[in-house]
Design a protein around this ligand. Structure first.
Ligand code: FAD
Length: 417
């Protein structure tokens, strides 16, 4: 089934009876070449690129819940390539380029909207840091414009420019940044992978990893044993649990991150705006809701729900930045489990166990990485060689101390990544 304007018109005129399911619902086979654990954005995009780029289609994605039920359907949908450090810079740049062709590639409307991101700065020192970051972005071939206070005021006049405590000095504008509809991204990759022969198995929890003589043999699941030549973990917030099934202890802590959406209001916020004096970022969805988020709750947890103190903290930051949002009623809030790495950068690597691959450590920022991560992880699984833009996402950096990518220079303080 292909989507097209003509098809939508035809279905609209004939009662929408001709649509078929976006993907099959197969029973698991006894054996696959590759089993991907986790049907989030990263697992699904990995399956898609394994099939598309490498012709590897005897693949199953095993998902304990339902497609889109994890962080991929819980995030604040910000997509950007505004990193400064070698390693992150080329990876996110590559990912953004994939985003820009994703809808054509998937034949799916993921509502990718390059509405621009403005990161505000509030001191001379922060301006210097943002200037450095902007130069790194431009050197990487991405776009960055350093704006002064008046330019920011022209663009987003509704911010609190009179705040004495948090004066706005200017902003780093990244026009190609923006948002995408999160669950549509999961559905688009799921459909694309399924069309190429990948089995998507929902309600199938992996409970054990079978290893013999240092090599993977398969997985134990809630739907029986499945043999596999290669196993690729892509379980985001539950990475420590799934890696433990292979006897590995990861340098990952799981923390809750909350998000909030207000009732739908008329269009008011045209961009993604990020406060520089606290963790607060906001955009407006196409339905009109103001979508915003902030810091992680300050404790490790596997609960996909947060607590009131952080809610209050985020609301306070929002009110400091743009007092007008106080008039909007919050409709919903939710949480997701973040896989926080010590340096705030991800891991895409082989492990010491033959045939076992690892993808995790996405912290707050793994949604924008979905295409790039899937592309690079698929390359690694198919060729056993690192894909160049992701070559620095090595697990052993936490053992050797060499090659750490601490983008925010905050050490291992998770709430500051
Ligand atoms: C509130 C919030 C806001 C965010 N905002 C942004 C943002 O604006 N921009 C951005 O870039 N990133 C953002 N992120 C981060 C981003 O959503 C995540 O980094 C990313 O989605 C993680 O990768 P994933 O999609 O593969 O994770 P998930 O969707 O969580 O996928 C992992 C899957 O593994 C499954 N799984 C776990 N254990 C097992 C098992 N034993 N067997 C089978 N399946 C298993 C889970 O059920 C889950 O579906 C945000 C996250 C949250 C929670």
């Amino acid at each position: 089934m292909r989507f097209s304007a003509l098809r939508i018109l035809k279905e609209g005129l004939t009662g929408n009876k001709g649509w078929s399911a976006h993907w099959r619902d197969p029973d698991p086979k006894d054996e696959y070449d590759v089993v991907i654990v986790g049907g989030g954005g990263h697992g699904l995009s990995t399956a898609f690129y394994l099939a598309k780029e490498h012709g590897i289609t005897n693949v199953a994605v095993l998902e304990r819940g339902y497609i889109g039920g994890g962080n991929v359907g819980r995030n604040t949908t910000i997509v950007r390539a505004n990193y400064g450090l070698p390693g992150n810079s080329e990876f996110y740049s590559h990912s953004l380029k994939l985003w820009e062709q994703l809808e054509d590639e998937l034949n799916y409307n993921v509502m990718h909207s390059q509405r621009g991101i403005i990161n505000l700065f509030h001191s001379d020192g922060q301006r210097d840091a943002f200037a450095r970051r902007g130069n790194a972005m431009v050197n990487q071939g991405d776009d960055a414009i350093l704006m002064n206070r008046d330019q920011v005021r022209d663009m987003i006049p509704y911010l609190n420019f009179d705040s004495l405590r948090f004066p706005i000095y200017g902003g780093l504008y990244h026009p190609r940044g923006g948002t995408a509809r999160h669950d549509a991204v999961a559905w688009g990759f799921a459909r694309g992978a399924d069309q190429r022969g990948v089995d998507l198995i929902q309600n199938c929890e992996v409970t054990g990893i079978n290893i013999e003589n240092g090599k993977v043999r398969g997985v134990e699941t809630s739907r029986g044993t499945i043999r596999a030549k290669k196993i690729a973990l892509a379980t985001a917030g539950r990475s420590s649990q799934t890696a433990a099934m292979a006897g590995m202890r990861l340098p990952i802590e799981s923390h809750v991150l909350q998000a909030f959406v207000t009732e739908g209001i008329k269009p008011v916020i045209d961009h993604v705006i990020s406060f520089g004096m606290g963790h607060f970022y906001i955009s407006q969805s196409d339905k009109g809701g103001l979508v915003f988020g902030g810091d992680i709750d300050f404790y490790a947890s596997y609960a996909s729900r947060g607590n009131l103190p952080m809610m209050e903290h985020v609301m306070e930051a929002g009110m400091s930045l743009m007092p007008m949002i106080g008039k909007a009623k919050v409709l919903r809030s939710w949480g997701g489990i973040m896989d926080m790495s010590p340096d705030g950068s991800p891991i895409i690597d082989k492990t010491d166990i033959d045939g076992l691959y690892l993808n995790c450590g996405w912290c707050y920022g793994g949604f924008k990485a979905v295409p790039g991560s899937g592309f690079s992880y698929a390359h690694l699984i198919a060729t056993d060689r690192h894909h160049e833009p992701a070559a620095r996402f090595r697990l052993d950096r936490f053992q050797t101390g060499y090659g750490l990518m601490d983008e925010e220079a905050t050490g291992s303080q998770h709430n500051l990544h």
